[in-house]
Write a protein that binds this ligand. Structure first.
Ligand code: NAG
Ligand code: NAG
Length: 376
């Protein structure tokens, strides 16, 4: 009897705790704009796109098949959707996809500027915004204006753009000015459509990728940072990130009801490069998948084919590591799922040098978050 009473009290306590939590509304939708860091398979549906990863062994860890993502598993967009209790968002171009919880517009190779990789078959930021307008019009036609406004009010926009513009152009202050201008209009447009919760991923330290390590080894560049990265490239990224951060501060001051967070992967990645074992990685320099120096000279696609042989097109034997979770980088330019997960946990719980003005844990207070990532 006594035990039963304790059980009842525990049950009542549990019910009141879950009721308290559920008084916060859930996030209803997630809209993703970006490049290969967030691409959920968009480029697969662009006829003739030259930047496509829908080839094994991409996707092998989580999906057991290629999905068009540029990693072995989930991206930051996927981890965010799961944290919020949403399904993984389908790419806009996927035929018959269900957009009721949001859309992924990200496209590998895309930039803030229309001319970035324009002839490779990518969807630039401006075109992604056009797709967003199309979806909101479809919502309004199908479910009505009231429903659409409420969905957008309870939605989050996630952005990651700029690294391809920097990698593809001769950087100049004019280029940065154009990029920030494009970013600024994009954020204001999304805000004007009614999305008040906006997360900006700053650019990663692209001077540290296996790709650029291989390039600098080939050109016998000895002017490297202690982590073995090309410092001038990382400095460009830092200078762009600072401008983007300033834009976010300005927009936050201009629009008092805009909840905006800027998340910087650089300090997280540099920590891993300095001390991989401490953070659970065995290899932070070479790619898990590819071939040649740093496994960065051959495209990862088909690396799991046993009969692969070097030929006139492919100089090196291709390789896929046994345990992608031991590696920070999956291919020559992109992180493993384990790498993205480590970054995500730091975005959720990190301090001011990573997340400004606040980390995601604070950003989402007031919402019911069913699966918040654990501390790193
Ligand atoms: C779309 O997904 C939502 C859940 O996200 C579900 O409630 C709805 O029934 C789905 N619609 C269709 C047509 O499958
Ligand atoms: C959205 O785009 C599709 C495909 O291009 C088109 O058929 C549809 O009419 C567009 N919808 C709106 C509301 O613009």
């Amino acid at each position: 009897m006594e035990a039963f009473r304790v059980l009842v009290i525990v049950l009542v306590a549990c019910i009141s705790i879950s009721q308290a939590a559920s008084t916060n509304p859930p996030v209803q939708g997630l809209f993703v704009f970006g490049d290969s860091a967030l691409d959920g398979g968009q480029n697969t549906y662009i006829p003739g796109s030259k930047i496509v990863s829908a080839i094994p062994p991409y996707g092998k860890t989580y999906f057991s098949k290629p999905t068009g993502r540029w990693t072995d598993g989930r991206t930051i967009a996927d981890f965010l959707a799961q944290a919020l209790g949403l399904p993984l968002l389908p790419p806009f171009l996927e035929p018959g996809a269900n957009f009721s919880s949001g859309v992924n517009f990200a496209s590998a190779g895309a930039g803030l500027l229309d001319e970035t990789n324009a002839h490779q078959g990518v969807i630039s930021m401006k075109q992604q915004l056009r797709q967003f307008r199309n979806v909101t019009n479809e919502y309004k036609k199908g479910k009505g204006v009231e429903f659409t406004n409420q969905l957008l009010r309870n939605s989050v926009a996630l952005f990651s753009m700029g690294a391809n513009d920097i990698a593809n152009a001769v950087p100049s202050s004019f280029l940065f000015q154009e990029m920030i201008q494009a970013y600024s209009s994009a954020i204001q447009e999304i805000y004007n459509y009614g999305i008040k919760h906006i997360i900006i991923l700053l650019a990663p330290p692209i001077g540290c990728t296996p790709n650029l390590r291989a390039v600098s080894a080939q050109s016998r560049n000895t002017n490297l940072t202690p982590e073995g990265c090309i410092g001038i490239i990382n400095n460009l990224v830092d200078s762009y990130n600072t401008k983007l951060l300033n834009l976010a501060v300005k927009l936050h001051n201009d629009y008092r009801d805009l909840n905006i967070a800027t998340l910087n992967p650089s300090p997280i990645i540099m920590n891993v490069l300095r001390n991989p074992e401490k953070y659970g990685f065995k290899e932070a320099e070479k790619a898990c998948c590819g071939g040649g120096p740093f496994n960065a000279a051959e495209f990862c696609g088909d690396a799991d084919k046993h009969d692969w042989k070097p030929d006139h097109k492919n100089k090196y034997i291709k390789f896929i590591c046994n345990n992608p979770k031991d590696y920070l980088y999956f291919d020559s330019n992109h992180f493993t799922e384990a790498g993205y997960w480590f970054v995500m946990k730091n975005f959720w719980h990190g301090s001011y040098n990573i997340a400004r003005p606040s980390n995601l844990n604070f950003f989402f207070q007031g919402f019911n978050i069913p699966n918040p990532p654990s501390a790193p």
